[in-house]
Design a protein around this ligand. Sequence first.
Ligand code: SAH
Ligand code: F3S
Length: 439
Amino acid sequence: MKNIYIKTWGCQMNEYDSSMIARNLEKTGKYFITTKSEQADILVLNTCSIREKAQEKVFHQLGRWKKLKDTNPNIIIAVGGCVATQEGEEIFKRSRYVDIIFGTQSLHKLPKMINEVEKNKKFVIDISFPQLDKFNYSLPIKNKGYTASISIMEGCNKYCSFCVVPYTRGKEISRPSDDILFEISNLAENGIREINLLGQNVNAYEGSTFNGKICFFSELLRLISEIDGIERIRFTTSNPLEFSDDIIEVYKDTPKLVSFLHLPVQSGSNKILQLMKRSYTTEEYEKIIEKLVKARPNIQISSDFIVGFPGESKEDFKQTINFIKKINFDMSYSFIYSSRPGTPASEMKDEISLQEKKERLYTLQNCINKQTMSWSRRMLGSKQCILVEGQSKKYPMKLYGKTENNRIVNFDGESNMIGKFVKVKINEVHTHILNGILL
Ligand code: SAH
Ligand code: F3S
């Protein structure tokens, strides 16, 4: 048995891919996944290129692994994911000790690639886009707790001016709906109670069905909600662009779909949205939220924001803050704009100082945090349904579970409640963590 260590950076999709890599390798019976890099015979780096100095970060990590390889030349180093797809052979040119480069869509070939390196002692690369192939090689997800993520579509056709995803993940492609339903039914039989559907734009889902028809996202949601055992459905990420009325309708009649939606708006200024090539206006975004609130009055919305996009004036930023207050977002992931090689925005003049960008980020996060707290405060005294996940990490005598709106609730309970839904009354609130009493 050989030891494999996998290091993962980036989004939930990368986490999902890494679990697929691990399962594919374990399936061969030749490899064991280790959590200690010093014990590894094979080191795998699954990279992310969405922000920051992604390439540099990769070479720093590889530099650290080179030291391990200097002491044991038989170690195999594999680099995969978004940076590998974008940089390809460049990685090998800069770090000649790397043995394998694989892309986001060729990870199922890794066991074969490792065999090749062992046999021929020669570097191998595959960053092709054989879309969906990788799913045909994957085994059902192993249980980890009572929630499971499952990829339903990949890639992106939107080409927002700042984003590398369309270049690293390829075009939008949806998995057949029956494959997804089969996988989720298996998960439900194995105790999974909550499903998180993954994709770069899940609402653009268009999967083929067994009888040659097309299943859209709204229908997929309804079909999943009919699976016995699955009590909660989440999804991430969706895009305001194709958030059509049929999806909003699902909120009316499908209680298993959570009253919480992550719908990234990125900016509250129409001028910036246009420069970002987001293809919607703040007014259109607001309209979607209005309809959603009508369909599901208690829905809470979270978003992603980019501050300091080239051309963002103080006035544009003020519009973003006003928009945050108007929509009353519950949470956000917010970032300073990072110029990505190969994207149209990287050609735009970036004249905002780093100091100014940091201040804007701070102001934005401060504003959202206050709103998060006020949403939490509203929960005081309310009854909440939580999926009990285990023993609280901070208070081992207590159990913890998660609400629909992603708050952790600690409470006194019995161990047989783990993996089940229970009702609690909230009696203490902090921003993200609450305390409850079992009802
Ligand atoms: N499909 C999603 C976005 C996925 S990328 C959507 O439509 O919104 C995840 C988040 O990373 C984006 O929402 C954006 O806020 C951030 N991001 C992407 N590229 C970025 C860049 N170049 N600089 C800073 N943040 C970026
Ligand atoms: Fe990126 Fe825009 Fe697609 S943010 S993932 S190009 S929707």
